[in-house]
Design a protein. Structure first.
Length: 396
Protein backbone atom coordinates (compact mmCIF):
# COMPACT_ATOMS: atom_id res chain seq x y z
CA UNK A 1 0.00 0.00 0.00
CA UNK A 2 2.89 2.34 0.80
CA UNK A 3 4.66 1.73 -2.50
CA UNK A 4 1.81 2.92 -4.72
CA UNK A 5 1.54 6.09 -2.68
CA UNK A 6 5.27 6.73 -2.99
CA UNK A 7 5.12 6.33 -6.78
CA UNK A 8 2.24 8.81 -7.03
CA UNK A 9 4.16 11.32 -4.91
CA UNK A 10 7.27 11.13 -7.12
CA UNK A 11 5.18 11.57 -10.28
CA UNK A 12 3.53 14.65 -8.81
CA UNK A 13 6.91 16.24 -8.12
CA UNK A 14 8.05 15.60 -11.71
CA UNK A 15 4.90 17.12 -13.18
CA UNK A 16 5.31 20.30 -11.13
CA UNK A 17 8.96 20.62 -12.18
CA UNK A 18 8.11 20.32 -15.89
CA UNK A 19 5.31 22.88 -15.62
CA UNK A 20 7.66 25.35 -13.94
CA UNK A 21 10.20 25.01 -16.77
CA UNK A 22 7.48 25.60 -19.42
CA UNK A 23 6.29 28.73 -17.63
CA UNK A 24 9.82 30.18 -17.54
CA UNK A 25 10.20 29.69 -21.32
CA UNK A 26 7.05 31.71 -22.16
CA UNK A 27 8.46 34.81 -20.46
CA UNK A 28 11.35 35.19 -22.93
CA UNK A 29 10.81 38.08 -25.49
CA UNK A 30 10.30 37.11 -29.11
CA UNK A 31 12.11 38.90 -31.94
CA UNK A 32 9.43 40.07 -34.34
CA UNK A 33 10.06 42.10 -37.58
CA UNK A 34 9.05 45.74 -37.23
CA UNK A 35 5.84 46.28 -39.16
CA UNK A 36 5.87 48.82 -42.02
CA UNK A 37 4.11 51.96 -40.77
CA UNK A 38 0.92 52.89 -42.53
CA UNK A 39 0.90 56.15 -44.55
CA UNK A 40 -0.33 59.14 -42.58
CA UNK A 41 -3.91 60.19 -43.06
CA UNK A 42 -4.73 62.95 -45.54
CA UNK A 43 -3.70 66.44 -44.44
CA UNK A 44 -6.55 68.22 -42.73
CA UNK A 45 -4.73 71.53 -42.78
CA UNK A 46 -3.10 71.16 -39.35
CA UNK A 47 0.47 70.20 -40.19
CA UNK A 48 2.87 69.36 -37.45
CA UNK A 49 5.69 71.79 -36.75
CA UNK A 50 8.77 71.11 -38.83
CA UNK A 51 6.84 69.18 -41.45
CA UNK A 52 7.91 70.28 -45.01
CA UNK A 53 5.38 70.08 -47.79
CA UNK A 54 5.39 71.36 -51.36
CA UNK A 55 3.22 74.46 -51.77
CA UNK A 56 -0.07 73.84 -53.51
CA UNK A 57 -2.30 76.45 -55.11
CA UNK A 58 -6.00 75.64 -54.88
CA UNK A 59 -9.37 76.90 -53.77
CA UNK A 60 -10.17 76.73 -50.07
CA UNK A 61 -13.53 75.08 -50.71
CA UNK A 62 -11.99 72.18 -52.57
CA UNK A 63 -12.11 69.05 -50.36
CA UNK A 64 -8.89 67.13 -49.85
CA UNK A 65 -8.41 64.30 -52.30
CA UNK A 66 -8.32 60.75 -51.03
CA UNK A 67 -5.45 59.74 -53.28
CA UNK A 68 -2.34 61.62 -54.22
CA UNK A 69 -1.37 61.14 -57.86
CA UNK A 70 2.36 61.30 -58.47
CA UNK A 71 3.26 63.44 -61.52
CA UNK A 72 4.79 61.67 -64.45
CA UNK A 73 8.54 62.04 -64.92
CA UNK A 74 8.24 63.62 -68.38
CA UNK A 75 6.10 66.43 -66.95
CA UNK A 76 9.03 67.55 -64.81
CA UNK A 77 11.65 67.34 -67.54
CA UNK A 78 13.57 70.63 -67.45
CA UNK A 79 14.24 70.41 -71.18
CA UNK A 80 10.54 70.72 -71.92
CA UNK A 81 9.78 73.35 -69.27
CA UNK A 82 11.81 76.19 -70.83
CA UNK A 83 10.83 79.82 -70.50
CA UNK A 84 11.64 81.61 -73.74
CA UNK A 85 12.21 85.35 -73.62
CA UNK A 86 12.52 87.28 -76.86
CA UNK A 87 13.69 90.89 -76.68
CA UNK A 88 14.73 93.52 -79.17
CA UNK A 89 17.44 95.87 -77.99
CA UNK A 90 17.61 99.14 -79.89
CA UNK A 91 21.10 100.65 -79.62
CA UNK A 92 22.52 103.87 -80.99
CA UNK A 93 25.68 105.96 -80.78
CA UNK A 94 25.18 109.33 -79.08
CA UNK A 95 27.48 112.36 -79.04
CA UNK A 96 27.12 115.20 -76.55
CA UNK A 97 28.76 118.58 -77.25
CA UNK A 98 28.78 122.00 -75.69
CA UNK A 99 27.82 125.12 -77.63
CA UNK A 100 31.39 125.49 -78.87
CA UNK A 101 31.42 122.01 -80.40
CA UNK A 102 33.60 120.41 -77.74
CA UNK A 103 32.70 116.90 -76.68
CA UNK A 104 31.43 116.36 -73.15
CA UNK A 105 32.67 113.29 -71.33
CA UNK A 106 32.00 111.81 -67.92
CA UNK A 107 28.23 111.52 -68.30
CA UNK A 108 26.38 108.66 -66.61
CA UNK A 109 23.33 106.63 -67.47
CA UNK A 110 21.08 108.74 -65.26
CA UNK A 111 21.98 111.82 -67.32
CA UNK A 112 20.19 110.45 -70.41
CA UNK A 113 16.52 110.06 -71.29
CA UNK A 114 15.16 108.23 -74.33
CA UNK A 115 11.75 108.79 -75.93
CA UNK A 116 10.13 106.55 -78.55
CA UNK A 117 7.17 108.06 -80.38
CA UNK A 118 6.95 110.59 -77.56
CA UNK A 119 6.89 108.04 -74.71
CA UNK A 120 9.85 107.78 -72.36
CA UNK A 121 11.67 104.44 -72.36
CA UNK A 122 13.93 103.08 -69.59
CA UNK A 123 17.59 103.10 -70.58
CA UNK A 124 18.48 99.41 -70.73
CA UNK A 125 22.03 99.67 -72.03
CA UNK A 126 24.75 102.27 -71.41
CA UNK A 127 28.42 102.39 -72.30
CA UNK A 128 30.77 105.33 -72.10
CA UNK A 129 34.27 103.88 -72.18
CA UNK A 130 36.59 104.89 -74.99
CA UNK A 131 36.87 102.10 -77.53
CA UNK A 132 38.83 101.52 -80.72
CA UNK A 133 36.81 101.93 -83.89
CA UNK A 134 36.85 101.08 -87.59
CA UNK A 135 36.31 103.76 -90.22
CA UNK A 136 35.62 103.19 -93.90
CA UNK A 137 37.05 105.98 -96.04
CA UNK A 138 34.76 106.08 -99.07
CA UNK A 139 36.39 108.17 -101.79
CA UNK A 140 34.56 109.48 -104.83
CA UNK A 141 37.00 109.25 -107.77
CA UNK A 142 34.52 110.13 -110.50
CA UNK A 143 35.52 112.71 -113.13
CA UNK A 144 33.95 115.53 -111.14
CA UNK A 145 36.55 115.14 -108.39
CA UNK A 146 39.55 115.48 -110.71
CA UNK A 147 40.47 118.89 -109.32
CA UNK A 148 39.94 117.85 -105.68
CA UNK A 149 41.57 114.44 -105.54
CA UNK A 150 44.91 115.68 -104.19
CA UNK A 151 43.16 117.59 -101.41
CA UNK A 152 41.04 114.55 -100.58
CA UNK A 153 44.07 112.27 -100.40
CA UNK A 154 46.07 114.67 -98.25
CA UNK A 155 43.19 115.13 -95.82
CA UNK A 156 42.52 111.37 -95.64
CA UNK A 157 46.16 110.73 -94.77
CA UNK A 158 46.01 113.48 -92.18
CA UNK A 159 43.01 111.71 -90.68
CA UNK A 160 44.67 108.31 -90.30
CA UNK A 161 47.71 109.93 -88.70
CA UNK A 162 45.48 111.19 -85.88
CA UNK A 163 44.22 107.72 -85.00
CA UNK A 164 45.40 105.58 -82.15
CA UNK A 165 47.36 102.37 -82.75
CA UNK A 166 44.31 100.12 -82.23
CA UNK A 167 41.96 102.11 -84.52
CA UNK A 168 41.46 100.61 -87.97
CA UNK A 169 40.68 102.06 -91.41
CA UNK A 170 39.31 100.53 -94.59
CA UNK A 171 39.81 102.38 -97.90
CA UNK A 172 37.27 102.09 -100.73
CA UNK A 173 37.07 104.18 -103.91
CA UNK A 174 34.23 104.38 -106.37
CA UNK A 175 33.52 105.69 -109.85
CA UNK A 176 31.25 103.53 -111.98
CA UNK A 177 32.68 100.59 -110.01
CA UNK A 178 33.38 100.05 -106.30
CA UNK A 179 36.98 99.10 -105.49
CA UNK A 180 38.41 97.96 -102.16
CA UNK A 181 41.88 99.46 -101.89
CA UNK A 182 42.60 98.23 -98.35
CA UNK A 183 40.86 95.92 -95.93
CA UNK A 184 40.49 97.13 -92.30
CA UNK A 185 43.95 97.59 -90.83
CA UNK A 186 45.89 99.77 -88.42
CA UNK A 187 49.02 99.66 -90.59
CA UNK A 188 49.53 103.34 -91.41
CA UNK A 189 51.96 102.80 -94.28
CA UNK A 190 49.60 100.36 -95.96
CA UNK A 191 46.71 102.82 -95.61
CA UNK A 192 48.65 105.76 -97.01
CA UNK A 193 49.70 103.68 -99.99
CA UNK A 194 46.08 102.63 -100.58
CA UNK A 195 44.88 106.23 -100.49
CA UNK A 196 47.55 107.35 -102.95
CA UNK A 197 46.55 104.55 -105.34
CA UNK A 198 43.06 106.01 -105.79
CA UNK A 199 42.68 107.05 -109.44
CA UNK A 200 40.04 109.02 -111.32
CA UNK A 201 37.64 106.90 -113.38
CA UNK A 202 34.34 107.27 -115.27
CA UNK A 203 30.84 107.50 -113.84
CA UNK A 204 29.62 107.79 -110.24
CA UNK A 205 28.00 104.79 -108.49
CA UNK A 206 27.55 106.54 -105.16
CA UNK A 207 24.45 104.61 -104.10
CA UNK A 208 26.05 101.26 -104.85
CA UNK A 209 29.12 102.20 -102.82
CA UNK A 210 27.03 103.15 -99.77
CA UNK A 211 24.95 100.00 -100.14
CA UNK A 212 28.01 97.75 -100.32
CA UNK A 213 29.61 99.19 -97.19
CA UNK A 214 26.46 99.03 -95.04
CA UNK A 215 25.09 95.69 -96.20
CA UNK A 216 28.26 93.75 -96.94
CA UNK A 217 31.43 95.17 -95.44
CA UNK A 218 29.96 96.13 -92.05
CA UNK A 219 28.70 92.58 -91.50
CA UNK A 220 32.30 91.49 -90.95
CA UNK A 221 33.23 94.40 -88.68
CA UNK A 222 32.45 94.40 -84.95
CA UNK A 223 32.55 97.27 -82.49
CA UNK A 224 32.21 100.95 -83.27
CA UNK A 225 32.27 101.74 -86.96
CA UNK A 226 31.58 104.65 -89.26
CA UNK A 227 31.75 105.85 -92.85
CA UNK A 228 33.57 108.99 -93.94
CA UNK A 229 32.21 109.78 -97.38
CA UNK A 230 33.88 112.22 -99.79
CA UNK A 231 31.57 113.10 -102.66
CA UNK A 232 29.51 115.82 -104.29
CA UNK A 233 26.43 113.64 -103.77
CA UNK A 234 25.58 113.23 -107.45
CA UNK A 235 25.03 109.65 -108.67
CA UNK A 236 25.08 108.85 -112.37
CA UNK A 237 25.67 105.11 -112.87
CA UNK A 238 24.12 103.08 -109.98
CA UNK A 239 21.84 100.21 -111.02
CA UNK A 240 21.75 97.84 -108.02
CA UNK A 241 20.98 100.52 -105.41
CA UNK A 242 19.07 103.78 -105.34
CA UNK A 243 18.48 107.05 -103.48
CA UNK A 244 15.70 105.96 -101.13
CA UNK A 245 16.95 102.42 -100.50
CA UNK A 246 20.33 103.60 -99.25
CA UNK A 247 18.68 106.18 -96.98
CA UNK A 248 16.66 103.36 -95.43
CA UNK A 249 19.87 101.40 -94.98
CA UNK A 250 21.43 104.39 -93.22
CA UNK A 251 18.43 104.58 -90.91
CA UNK A 252 18.70 100.91 -90.01
CA UNK A 253 22.43 100.77 -89.36
CA UNK A 254 23.96 101.42 -85.94
CA UNK A 255 26.89 103.20 -87.57
CA UNK A 256 27.49 106.89 -88.14
CA UNK A 257 27.93 108.30 -91.63
CA UNK A 258 29.92 111.52 -92.09
CA UNK A 259 29.37 112.99 -95.56
CA UNK A 260 32.01 115.53 -96.54
CA UNK A 261 30.62 117.46 -99.46
CA UNK A 262 32.59 119.49 -101.92
CA UNK A 263 30.96 121.51 -104.64
CA UNK A 264 32.55 120.32 -107.86
CA UNK A 265 30.04 122.23 -109.98
CA UNK A 266 31.85 125.46 -109.18
CA UNK A 267 35.16 123.97 -110.33
CA UNK A 268 33.72 122.98 -113.68
CA UNK A 269 31.74 126.16 -114.24
CA UNK A 270 34.81 128.25 -113.45
CA UNK A 271 37.23 126.29 -115.59
CA UNK A 272 34.98 125.22 -118.44
CA UNK A 273 32.16 127.43 -119.71
CA UNK A 274 29.12 125.51 -120.83
CA UNK A 275 28.03 122.05 -119.80
CA UNK A 276 30.14 119.69 -117.76
CA UNK A 277 32.02 116.96 -119.68
CA UNK A 278 30.78 113.46 -118.90
CA UNK A 279 34.01 111.52 -118.51
CA UNK A 280 37.71 111.69 -117.83
CA UNK A 281 38.33 111.74 -121.58
CA UNK A 282 36.07 114.75 -121.86
CA UNK A 283 37.99 116.58 -119.14
CA UNK A 284 41.31 115.91 -120.91
CA UNK A 285 39.75 117.11 -124.12
CA UNK A 286 38.73 120.37 -122.46
CA UNK A 287 42.23 120.84 -121.08
CA UNK A 288 43.88 120.10 -124.46
CA UNK A 289 41.50 122.46 -126.23
CA UNK A 290 42.21 125.22 -123.75
CA UNK A 291 38.74 125.20 -122.26
CA UNK A 292 37.22 127.14 -125.14
CA UNK A 293 35.09 124.35 -126.54
CA UNK A 294 32.47 122.15 -124.99
CA UNK A 295 33.36 118.48 -125.25
CA UNK A 296 30.78 115.82 -124.58
CA UNK A 297 27.03 116.16 -124.39
CA UNK A 298 26.79 116.92 -120.69
CA UNK A 299 24.80 113.85 -119.72
CA UNK A 300 23.62 112.90 -116.24
CA UNK A 301 24.89 114.79 -113.22
CA UNK A 302 25.59 118.07 -114.97
CA UNK A 303 22.70 120.29 -113.89
CA UNK A 304 22.31 122.45 -110.82
CA UNK A 305 19.10 120.60 -109.97
CA UNK A 306 21.04 117.33 -109.79
CA UNK A 307 23.58 118.98 -107.52
CA UNK A 308 20.73 120.19 -105.32
CA UNK A 309 19.45 116.63 -105.20
CA UNK A 310 22.93 115.44 -104.24
CA UNK A 311 23.08 117.99 -101.42
CA UNK A 312 19.70 116.80 -100.06
CA UNK A 313 20.88 113.20 -100.25
CA UNK A 314 23.98 113.89 -98.16
CA UNK A 315 21.99 115.89 -95.61
CA UNK A 316 19.47 113.06 -95.22
CA UNK A 317 22.23 110.46 -95.09
CA UNK A 318 23.78 112.26 -92.14
CA UNK A 319 20.42 112.82 -90.44
CA UNK A 320 19.28 109.19 -90.79
CA UNK A 321 22.51 107.80 -89.34
CA UNK A 322 23.04 110.46 -86.67
CA UNK A 323 26.26 111.95 -88.04
CA UNK A 324 26.95 115.54 -89.14
CA UNK A 325 27.55 116.75 -92.69
CA UNK A 326 30.65 118.81 -93.45
CA UNK A 327 31.34 121.28 -96.26
CA UNK A 328 34.85 120.89 -97.59
CA UNK A 329 35.62 124.34 -98.95
CA UNK A 330 39.32 124.41 -98.16
CA UNK A 331 42.03 122.02 -97.06
CA UNK A 332 41.82 123.54 -93.59
CA UNK A 333 38.14 122.67 -93.32
CA UNK A 334 38.87 119.09 -94.33
CA UNK A 335 41.52 118.73 -91.64
CA UNK A 336 39.16 120.17 -89.04
CA UNK A 337 36.41 117.78 -90.14
CA UNK A 338 38.65 114.73 -89.81
CA UNK A 339 39.90 115.86 -86.42
CA UNK A 340 36.31 116.23 -85.17
CA UNK A 341 35.27 112.84 -86.54
CA UNK A 342 38.15 111.01 -84.85
CA UNK A 343 37.42 112.65 -81.51
CA UNK A 344 33.68 111.99 -81.75
CA UNK A 345 34.10 108.31 -82.56
CA UNK A 346 36.50 107.91 -79.69
CA UNK A 347 34.33 109.65 -77.08
CA UNK A 348 30.76 108.86 -78.07
CA UNK A 349 28.28 107.11 -75.79
CA UNK A 350 26.29 103.98 -76.61
CA UNK A 351 22.68 103.87 -75.42
CA UNK A 352 20.01 101.23 -75.78
CA UNK A 353 16.50 100.34 -74.70
CA UNK A 354 13.93 97.58 -75.14
CA UNK A 355 10.73 98.68 -76.90
CA UNK A 356 7.64 97.77 -74.91
CA UNK A 357 5.93 96.48 -78.04
CA UNK A 358 7.58 94.69 -80.93
CA UNK A 359 7.07 96.24 -84.33
CA UNK A 360 6.20 94.89 -87.72
CA UNK A 361 8.93 94.53 -90.36
CA UNK A 362 9.50 97.90 -91.97
CA UNK A 363 7.77 99.85 -89.20
CA UNK A 364 9.43 103.19 -88.43
CA UNK A 365 9.53 104.72 -84.97
CA UNK A 366 10.78 108.13 -83.90
CA UNK A 367 13.54 108.47 -81.29
CA UNK A 368 14.57 111.48 -79.24
CA UNK A 369 17.51 111.49 -76.82
CA UNK A 370 17.76 114.18 -74.17
CA UNK A 371 20.56 114.98 -71.73
CA UNK A 372 19.65 116.48 -68.38
CA UNK A 373 22.21 119.29 -68.62
CA UNK A 374 21.84 122.89 -69.82
CA UNK A 375 23.42 124.28 -72.99
CA UNK A 376 24.36 120.99 -74.63
CA UNK A 377 23.88 119.62 -78.12
CA UNK A 378 22.89 115.96 -78.49
CA UNK A 379 23.69 114.22 -81.76
CA UNK A 380 21.92 110.90 -82.33
CA UNK A 381 19.70 109.21 -84.88
CA UNK A 382 16.09 110.35 -84.77
CA UNK A 383 14.36 107.16 -85.93
CA UNK A 384 14.80 103.44 -86.46
CA UNK A 385 13.16 100.77 -88.57
CA UNK A 386 12.34 97.19 -87.61
CA UNK A 387 14.20 94.78 -89.86
CA UNK A 388 12.74 92.24 -92.24
CA UNK A 389 12.72 89.56 -89.53
CA UNK A 390 10.18 89.98 -86.77
CA UNK A 391 12.85 89.60 -84.13
CA UNK A 392 15.29 91.93 -85.82
CA UNK A 393 15.61 95.56 -84.88
CA UNK A 394 17.55 98.08 -86.85
CA UNK A 395 20.53 99.43 -85.00
CA UNK A 396 20.86 96.37 -82.86
Amino acid sequence: MKKPLLVLFVLGILVCSISAQDGSRTTRPRVVPTPTPLPPPADSGNSMPGERRAPVLGRRSTPPTQETVEPKQEELNPETDVIRVETNLVTMPVSVLDRDGRFIGGLRQRDFRIFENGLEQPVGFFQSVEQPFTVVLLLDVSPSTAFKIDEIQDAAISFIRQLRPDDRVMVISFDSDVRILSRPTSNRMQLEDAIRRARIGDGTSLYEAVDQVINREFRNITGRKAIVLFTDGVDTTSHRADYHGTLEDAEETDSLIYPIRYNTLRDFSGRFPGRRPTGWGGILGQILLGGGATVGSGGAGTSSSEYDKGLRYLEELALKSGGPKYEADTVGNLDAAFSGIAEELRRQYSLGYYPEKAGMPGERRQIRVRVMLPNVVVRAKNSYVFGQNADGVAGR
